[in-house]
Design a binder for this molecule. Structure first.
Ligand SMILES: Cc1cc2nc3c(=O)[nH]c(=O)nc-3n(C[C@H](O)[C@H](O)[C@H](O)COP(=O)(O)O)c2cc1C
Length: 205
């Protein structure tokens, strides 16, 4: 068993890939890929993302208090990499990457057409550190593409092919989830066989 060097730490777990769309106060649209993002517990009412300070995305969220978390399928991997380039703030990544904007319902930034789901968010709190910030957002509106979700709203991930990533030494492998052969009911987690998450949602909803 090897002790991993600090530079390898980022490589030990697969990460999600989302596209965050924002607009600046000057109206310029921005899209950037993000992996350091997590729901704050179930059922995804709040989420948290980690951002280096030098990000147009962070500046726009500070300026407008709004952003959209778009969940891209594997087909958008090329566009993801175009959006990851360090363009200056006046560049519109929708245009650079040939992405089609999708009007949002509750916030000003448009979503990205062709994605699987769109979480429209407002800024709740920014936790500032010297070199990075943690942004807590509230999901104020959530939509998903019916073609990839069944009537219960569950993702058909084999057809949807949501994008994930595994980091390496000199680059990253884009990947996607496949079924591991085990389905588990939430109730299995509880000795009384009752899922406690809905109670949490009621308390905080
Ligand atoms: C797959 C992937 C995931 C990324 N995740 C993050 C992240 O979690 N936080 C971050 O600050 N930058 C992340 N980046 C880098 C930004 O996407 C990149 O710096 C981009 O140019 C930022 O654009 P902006 O300045 O328009 O916000 C990621 C890049 C890629 C390709």
């Amino acid at each position: 068993m090897g002790v991993l060097a600090p530079r390898k730490r980022e490589q030990v777990m697969p990460l999600p890939v989302v596209l965050i769309s924002t607009v600046g106060k000057d109206g310029v649209r921005n899209v950037a890929p993000w992996s350091c993002i997590t729901p704050i517990l179930r059922p995804f009412n709040d989420l948290l993302l980690a951002s280096w300070i030098k990000r147009d995305t962070l500046s726009n969220i500070r300026e407008t208090g709004e952003f959209v978390v778009n969940v891209p399928p594997v087909e958008l991997a090329e566009a993801v990499m175009i959006c990851s380039r360090n363009y200056p703030p006046e560049v519109d990544e929708f245009e650079e990457a040939g992405l089609k904007p999708r009007p949002s319902q509750a916030v000003k930034p448009p979503g990205v057409e062709g994605c699987l789901a769109w979480a429209e968010c407002t800024l709740v709190e920014e936790i500032r550190r010297e070199r990075y910030s943690l942004v807590i957002g509230k999901v104020v509106h959530l939509e998903a593409d019916d073609r990839f979700f069944n009537e219960a709203g569950e993702m058909d991930y084999e057809r949807a092919k949501p994008l994930t990533v595994i980091l390496g030494d000199g680059g990253m492998w884009f990947t996607r989830p496949v079924f591991a052969g085990r389905y588990a009911d939430y109730a299995e987690m509880f000795l009384n066989k009752k899922d406690e998450a809905p109670a949490f949602a009621d308390e905080n909803g």
